[in-house]
Each structure stands twice: as structure tokens, then as C-alpha cells.
Design a protein around this ligand. Structure first.
Ligand SMILES: [Zn+2]
Ligand SMILES: [Zn+2]
Length: 106
């Protein structure tokens, strides 16, 4: 599976950072075994952009989200009813500031 690393693509200042989307790994698509109706699903965290803009209200550095282990997704039963569940702790980013919180802007 490999290790999940936090990728800061850009620092915008004012506590705003562009991070690589953890859920889709920057591809902009959710890779899913699906029912065959759609070949792919646009990532709902980054809207297919592969990156997310966050505003940090805590202290850096970013650390791997402990809830989803950096994947951006909650582990779930693969019952096929929902394609994925976004981690509510990191909003699918896979990373969090070491203290405090952050807001997903886009
Ligand atoms: Zn994404
Ligand atoms: Zn998480």
C-alpha cells in the first residue's frame, strides 16, 4: 500500500495552504470498484482538482490524521451501498495541524 505522505503543494500565506488531496491521491477521481454504471467518480473532496485549499486555525506542522491514518476516508464495511465515506476529522485532506483545527475552503 505504501506510506501516505502529506504533500504541501503551495503556501499562500495567511495560514492558507494547498495540499494534495488524500482521498484521490491527487488524481481528482475516486477509484472504485463500482457497479459498472460509471467508469469513475469525481472526488467530492477536491472536486476533481486533485488539491485542496485549507485555512489553518492551529499550529503547524501538518501531521497525519489519526482517524483515517492519512487516507482521508473512514474505514467502513464494504457493503457496496456507499462508495466512500469522507473522514470527518480531516475533511478528507488526510492531514491536520498538530494543534487546533483547519477549515476546508475548497
Ligand atoms: Zn480529491
Ligand atoms: Zn482523517
Amino acid at each position: 500500500m505504501g506510506s501516505i505522505s502529506i504533500v504541501i503543494l503551495e503556501e499562500l500565506g495567511n495560514q492558507k495552504y494547498i495540499l494534495k488531496c488524500a482521498v484521490c491521491g491527487g488524481s481528482g477521481e475516486m477509484s472504485r470498484d463500482h457497479d459498472g454504471h460509471s467508469p469513475y467518480v469525481i472526488c467530492s473532496v477536491c472536486y476533481g482538482r486533485g488539491k485542496v485549499l485549507v485555512e489553518v486555525s492551529g499550529s503547524l506542522p501538518f501531521v497525519t490524521c489519526a482517524v483515517c491514518n492519512g487516507s482521508g476516508e473512514m474505514s467502513r464495511d464494504h457493503d457496496g451501498h456507499s462508495p466512500y465515506v469522507i473522514c470527518s476529522a480531516c475533511l478528507g485532506v488526510g492531514a491536520q495541524p498538530i494543534t487546533g483545527g483547519m477549515e476546508l475552503i475548497r
